[in-house]
Ligand binder design. Structure first.
Ligand code: SAH
Length: 499
């Protein structure tokens, strides 16, 4: 049976500006055909098993011609696939979405359209420019300023000037001088406020605001690049006063989040809210162990305390117990200690409350806290990664406590974005890298190899993580407490001071 093609507008780049319906369509996709302007974080939402087809134009590379894109969509749908056609911004605004729908219709392929947040509106919003305002104008017009190579623009500037509304030009950076000259020649005031916004609504946004007659020179001097749009109109005079985005504490800073994808969310979101350009580049993965014998053996003996040292350990224990035909009730006679709040929350998801959480969230403090409450000769069952730190079992053993260390999963160094990270590091574009465990440091170092870390701050949770980072980074900072909020505070403090 023929599948369906869903055209999805991905928004201007930031994952947060993808619609809920768009994200749901992506989650169900068997194949995704996407453009260059779609943000990396959005591409990360594509299910791993889905086929990914890039049809984007890279500068100086030939794009996949539209008729081929049309054919790809029909072919994939005829293979019975749920196809998502993912486009930057909105799919029907200069995205050739209409042509794709016509082609699908002619080939009897059912389609749906999920609109997206267009850059034409999002970029001004992130630059403090309301596209309409009762004191200035009551209309906004969106125009393409794309000129074929060597051709002049075919725009009726006289009509545009007469409209007296806000003008937004897409695809116009190359033709910027032609646009401003055209408007001036048609009688627009040289004093008319105007702006160019590069990478609008993304963490890397830059803007130049100027009177119309100076706009092109100022934009060239600032070196703005594509994707960028031009906005002309009296509303641009509000841009400085209403700019809420540029003053954010981490605006213009690029921060890498290295923790595994399933736990990157909170940290990345908190940094984005502060205006950072966040690169989610998980450097480790957890791999469940298939051998459940060590756990089966350990459960033959009674233990006083079960100990979890990371959120990943909890589902790993549930999984391993299931493999033995059992569940968390196998721990019923034990008290449960966890390393920190995140692990306590992972446990709470299964309806269990931790009996002990140390004041500082690291192996050493966990060991001290256990030693304080346990009698000599008491026994602990550590349910954790094969690569778990040595401090916890050593301190427990030194205090006369028995330790059964059961490896439930492996922490594997793996980074899909290694090449991109290396490139960014080498071009000095990264301000800080965050590490939440020793293994994230090692995974990162392995991924980027001998790239240059000078000028980059490593912000770490935990003294052991910081020690590991000092092997590679000259500038290492440790958060006050081992919490995500303190890590965010540490980043804020640090990278605001550098510069
Ligand atoms: N369908 C898209 C527009 C496609 S045309 C939308 O609705 O946004 C491509 C042009 O859009 C680019 O040349 C640039 O002018 C503009 N554009 C896309 N994303 C942008 C962004 N994040 N910031 C500024 N302009 C952007």
């Amino acid at each position: 049976m023929t599948g369906t093609v869903t055209l999805v507008g991905a928004g201007p780049g930031d994952k947060g500006l993808l619609t809920t319906a768009g994200a749901q369509a992506l989650a169900r996709a068997d194949a995704v055909v996407y453009d260059r302007l779609v943000g990396e974080d959005i591409l990360d939402l594509i299910p791993p098993q889905a086929e990914k087809v890039s049809v984007g134009k890279e500068n100086n590379h030939h794009p996949v011609p539209q008729h081929e894109i049309n054919d790809i969509l029909v072919r994939l749908a005829r293979e019975g696939k749920n196809v998502v056609r993912l486009k930057g911004g909105d799919c029907f605004l200069f995205g050739r979405g209409g042509e794709e729908c016509e082609h699908l219709l002619a080939n009897h392929v059912p389609f749906r359209v999920i609109p997206g947040v267009t850059s034409a509106l999002a970029a001004p919003a992130f630059a403090g420019i309301p596209v309409t305002h009762r004191d200035f104008t009551s209309s906004v017009h969106i125009i393409t300023a794309h000129a074929r190579a060597g051709k002049t623009l075919n725009i009726d500037f006289d009509s545009l000037v007469r409209l007296d509304g806000t003008l937004v030009f897409l695809m116009g950076l190359t033709a910027l001088e032609q646009v401003t000259d055209g408007l001036l020649r048609a009688g627009m005031s040289p004093e008319m406020p105007a702006a160019v916004i590069e990478n609008g609504a993304r963490g890397t946004q830059r803007k130049v605001v100027s009177v119309l007659s100076d706009l092109a020179a100022n934009v060239r001097a600032a070196g703005l690049q594509s994707p960028a749009l031009i906005i002309v109109g009296r509303v641009c005079s509000l841009s400085d006063a209403l700019d809420w985005f540029t003053p954010l504490p981490l605006h213009g800073k690029t921060v890498v989040v290295t923790r595994p994808r399933e736990r990157a969310g909170t940290l990345a979101d908190k940094l984005r809210v502060l205006g950072a350009n966040v690169i989610e580049a998980p450097c480790i993965e957890t791999a469940q162990r298939t051998d459940t014998q060590p756990l089966a053996d350990a459960l033959q003996q009674p233990h006083d305390w079960a100990v979890f040292t990371s959120p990943a350990g909890v589902p790993a224990a549930v999984h391993a117990l299931r493999g033995l035909g059992r569940d968390l009730r196998a721990l019923y006679s034990m008290k449960i200690a966890v390393i920190g709040k995140g692990t306590a929350a992972a446990l709470a998801a299964y309806g269990l409350t931790a009996d002990l959480v140390p004041t500082q969230y690291d192996g050493e403090h966990l060991a001290h806290a256990l030693v304080d409450v346990m009698p000599q000769g008491g026994s602990t069952l550590l349910l954790r990664a094969e690569q778990g730190g040595r401090i916890l079992p050593e301190k427990l053993a030194a205090a006369g406590i028995q330790v059964t260390d059961v490896p439930l999963y492996d922490t594997v160094h793996r980074c899909d974005k290694a090449d991109a990270l290396r490139g960014l590091l080498e071009s000095g574009k990264i301000d800080a890298v965050t590490f939440t465990s020793v293994s994230t440091v090692e995974g990162f170092a392995q991924a980027v190899g001998a790239a240059d870390y000078k000028g980059v701050t490593a912000c770490c949770i935990g003294a052991q993580t910081a020690d590991a980072a000092r092997k590679y980074f000259a500038n290492v900072k440790v958060s006050k407490n081992a919490t995500i909020d303190d890590l965010v505070a540490c980043i804020k403090e640090e990278i605001n001071n550098v510069q």
